[in-house]
Write a protein that binds this ligand. Structure first.
Ligand SMILES: *Cc1c(COP(=O)(O)O)cnc(C)c1O
Length: 453
């Protein structure tokens, strides 16, 4: 097995349980709060938004949760996903480090998002829900949910951030192929959207605004629920299939990671890869450094405050304790649309506060430079979001070149960039800039964050 390139699992080797990190943390994460009373949110508070099974997963302290058989059946369309050894990138960088990447671009939607879209739709279908509403930034989540709804016969209505609706028309086409109905956000469909459009007819939108629109449509109808593609505990839970598979795959070649890096938008692909490894680390079985990588233009963990804030711009969602730049913060229109979110998964924020993981921010030019190196050596064109993880892996590999250390680096290549070529085009033509962020902008957005002791 000396010259293997990818490590595969058979279908019957696919894990059949998701892993819940809450069971193994030294301190429980702070609870979500009701947006009005600021008391810990109850199951009834979540009920207009999510089916009961997902509300239960959201607050569960069980270590393992069985993946339903119907979900495993759909997973088998693309899972187990391959783990690659990036030998060609290692050679290009002339590094003694070993680089592994878990490739999630093999899913129908081209990213890790279907790992949670499929179970979310299935649980809704079990509870008789007719339609799901959601938001999408880059279009990855919207297409994943539309695909999953098509699998189980639910309707799907999607609010796509206006800037990306215009920039990524092909993502919209994918959503429509799978039967989704797509609005640009802000839209004239909701009251909140109409208000924002009256203020600015060319409003670029944001994930926070699109969430407000999708939520407001779901809470008005008993047969409609909302689905979120990141941030929440149950989403990170579903994504742990990534890390569970990667553990088995690395074991096949006798490797354990010294460094694990993942890009963080809302934190789901990072949590999905990292939490099973964090379990092993907490149990003393390995000791990888685990690092979140975020964009410099939306530096939630590295520059945000750890406070209770809303998940959406209008303040409709429960309050979550997380690193936040302020729910009114509109990030610069960087190309990694999936990383343009003002907050962070409460579980990722919690493990960061506990000092169990690190975080760095990387500017987009460095990310695209790394992505082009990656594509020219490994072949796959990465989505703009995981270029952050690639840039961080390259930094680490080059540090190994300096020091001579033979570290094992693991990352997730959480999506391909076939529908993001306009971004690459800008980069290749030298038209891309780094969008730095003024501290004043963050300060201003933080003023609207509720004061909660
Ligand atoms: C949505 C998305 C992200 C950001 O979401 P996380 O919850 O942080 O994973 C990153 N990469 C890709 C390819 C995405 O589609």
């Amino acid at each position: 097995m000396s010259e293997y390139t990818k490590i595969l699992l058979e279908e019957d080797e696919m894990p059949t349980q998701w892993y819940n990190i809450v069971a193994d943390l030294p301190e429980p994460p702070p609870p979500a709060l009701h947006p009005g009373t600021h008391q810990p949110a109850t199951a009834e508070d979540f009920a207009p938004l999510f089916p009961m099974a997902l509300v239960e997963q959201e607050v569960s302290t069980e270590r393992y949760i069985d993946i339903p058989g119907d979900v495993l059946d759909v997973y088998r369309l693309w899972r187990p996903s391959p783990l690659f050894r990036a030998r060609r990138l290692e050679k290009l960088l002339d590094t003694p480090a070993k680089i592994f990447y878990k490739y999630e671009g093999v899913s129908p939607a081209g990213s890790h998002k279907p790992n949670t879209a499929v179970p979310q739709v299935w649980y809704n279908a079990q509870e008789g829900i007719r339609k799901l509403t959601t938001e999408t930034g880059a279009g990855q989540w919207g297409s994943s949910l539309a695909f999953a709804c098509a699998q189980f016969g639910l309707e799907c209505e999607i609010w796509q951030v206006a800037a990306s609706y215009l920039a990524k028309p092909h993502r919209r086409t994918m959503m429509e192929i799978w039967g989704g109905k797509v609005h640009p956000s802000p839209s004239d469909v909701t009251e909140f959207g109409r208000k924002l459009l009256a203020e600015n007819p060319d409003h670029p939108g944001s994930l926070g605004i699109a969430i407000s629109e999708a939520v407001s449509e779901a809470i008005e109808d008993e047969t409609v629920r909302y689905a979120l593609g990141s941030v929440l505990n149950h989403v990170l839970l579903h994504q742990t299939i990534i890390g569970e598979e990667a553990l088995l795959q690395l074991a096949k070649v006798g490797e354990t990671p010294d460094v694990l890096v993942g890009c963080t938008g809302g934190g789901s692909n990072f949590g999905g890869l990292a939490f099973p490894f964090l379990r092993e680390k907490l149990a003393g079985k390995m000791s990888p450094v685990i690092r979140c990588v975020e964009p410099s233009a939306c530096p939630t963990l590295t520059k945000g405050e750890y406070r209770y804030d809303f998940g959406d711009t209008a303040g409709l969602t429960p309050l979550m304790k997380m690193h936040t730049l302020g729910h009114g913060f509109i990030p610069e229109p960087i190309h990694a649309g999936g990383l343009r979110y003002h907050g962070m998964a409460p579980l990722v924020s919690h493990v960061y506060e506990l000092g169990l993981v690190e975080a760095i921010a990387v500017p987009q030019l460095e990310c695209f430079a790394g992505a082009v190196k990656f594509a020219r050596s490994e072949g796959i064109v990465p989505a703009p979001e995981p270029t952050h993880a690639i840039a961080a892996a390259i930094r680490e590999a080059l540090a190994c070149k300096e020091s001579g250390e033979e570290k094992t680096i693991l990352t997730a290549l959480c999506g391909h960039g076939h529908l993001d070529l306009a971004s690459y085009d800008r980069y290749m033509r030298g038209e891309m800039q780094d969008l730095e962020l003024s501290d004043d902008l963050i300060k201003a957005a933080m003023l609207d964050v509720p004061e909660i002791a």
